[in-house]
Write a protein that binds this ligand. Structure first.
Ligand SMILES: Cc1cc2nc3c(=O)[nH]c(=O)nc-3n(C[C@H](O)[C@H](O)[C@H](O)COP(=O)(O)O)c2cc1C
Length: 356
């Protein structure tokens, strides 16, 4: 099975590529017409030019300008093509591509996704076409999407990460490299690298040496002390950090009396992980000065505000895209309105506003 966004977004929400929604409200009209949920918005004053209190939604992550702080999570948005059938991707702050290795990876045996209360488990195993195919097939589309492009890098061991980084170094259309040292679903690398501060520092330094683009290290929540890992990234020269990747979990199929996933364990994501993620973002923000892209269970604008108040400079939306392909647009609208209501002129003022 290929993990393809087309197969997992709500089938009823499919619509033609013309006249795509420009705001969360327009997106919700499309959904409502198809019997979906309704998000109420009275026009878009920023766009209509009638706004008595304009909000500057732009943010910067490691020198990369984003028109707003809403990004998509790696592995939940493909390389954007499927979602571009629902809305114009230039409305997003950035798209993060699925993890890319030096060569193609086949991924894990099926079943490799399972539903849990308020979330899901996945053990895709970082199936990907390899860096050359990504550059040929996906990047030409992504670099014309009109938003910033983050590329997620995976490997089993440091030299595999370095090969990908060397290949992506200086490639036009890639604004930032996100280094996934945190995937729980591969036998070596990923999570193993990401739990040891010395290795994290070494891999960060190795990627930094080879990349012209800013380097953002993606952290796992499956550690005892996130502050030590965040500090190791900073010591290795990282430009930013992102967190959280998925939490390791397990589900037993009680009728078959065996594991729900062929891999036995999987990465848990969705609303069920959010309180853990907010706590970890807060702790990391106290430990380092690096900009943080916060993620883990974000499914509405209130969640995005929470992550920013905890210390995130931008937020990334993952599992929620599967149930509602327009969720990112709704979050952008909701964030803008929240700022307007609280008389906050620049969305970045939210970052870290909740102090110890
Ligand atoms: C199906 C699936 C595939 C994923 N693939 C990747 C990946 O390739 N690289 C990565 O760094 N994270 C990957 N993740 C983790 C997400 O990017 C994100 O960190 C995590 O799901 C938490 O956010 P969420 O609760 O909003 O989904 C994946 C998550 C899911 C659900």
């Amino acid at each position: 099975m290929t993990w393809n966004a087309k197969d997992i977004v709500s089938p009823g929400a499919q619509q033609p590529t013309k006249n795509l929604p420009k705001t969360g409200a327009e997106a919700q009209n499309v959904l409502a017409a198809k019997g979906g949920s309704v998000y109420k918005e009275q026009g878009n004053p920023d766009r209509d030019g009638k706004d008595p209190f304009p909000v500057d939604m732009s943010v910067e992550i490691a020198g990369v300008s984003l028109k707003n702080p809403v990004v998509t999570c790696s592995g939940t948005f493909g390389a954007g093509q499927e979602y571009s059938e629902f809305f114009d991707l230039s409305l997003l702050g950035a798209v993060t591509a699925k993890g890319i290795a030096d060569v193609a990876w086949p991924g894990n045996p099926t079943p490799r996704v399972a539903e849990v209360t308020s979330g899901m488990l996945n053990a895709i195993g970082l199936q990907n076409p390899g860096v050359e195919e990504f550059l040929k097939r996906d990047l030409p589309f992504l670099k014309n999407a009109g938003c910033a492009v983050f590329v997620n890098v995976v490997g089993h061991e440091p030299k595999e990460y370095y090969r990908v980084v060397e290949r992506l170094n200086g490639v036009e259309g890639i604004d930032l490299l996100e280094i996934n040292i945190s995937c729980p679903n591969v036998k070596a690398g990923g999570l193993v690298l990401g739990t040891d501060p010395h290795t994290v520092e070494e891999v960060t330094r190795g990627c930094k040496m080879r990349a012209s683009q800013p380097v953002m290290m993606k952290l796992t929540p499956n550690v005892t002390d996130i502050r030590a890992i965040a500090r190791a990234c900073e010591a290795g020269g990282a430009d930013a950090i992102s967190l959280i990747n998925t939490l390791t979990g397990m589900k037993i199929d009680i009728e078959r009396q065996t594991f729900a996933l062929a891999n036995r364990t999987g990465g848990m994501s969705g609303p069920c992980v959010k309180p853990v993620a907010v706590r970890l973002v807060y702790e990391a923000a106290q430990a380092v000065k690096l900009p943080i892209v916060g993620m883990g269970g974000i499914s509405c604008w209130e969640d995005a505000v929470e992550f920013m108040l905890a210390g995130a400079s931008a937020v990334s939306v993952g599992t929620a895209n599967f149930g509602n392909p327009y969720v990112t647009l709704e979050i952008i609208d909701g964030l803008r309105k929240y700022c307007r209501r609280h008389r906050i002129g620049h969305v970045r003022e939210l970052t870290g506003a909740v102090r110890p």
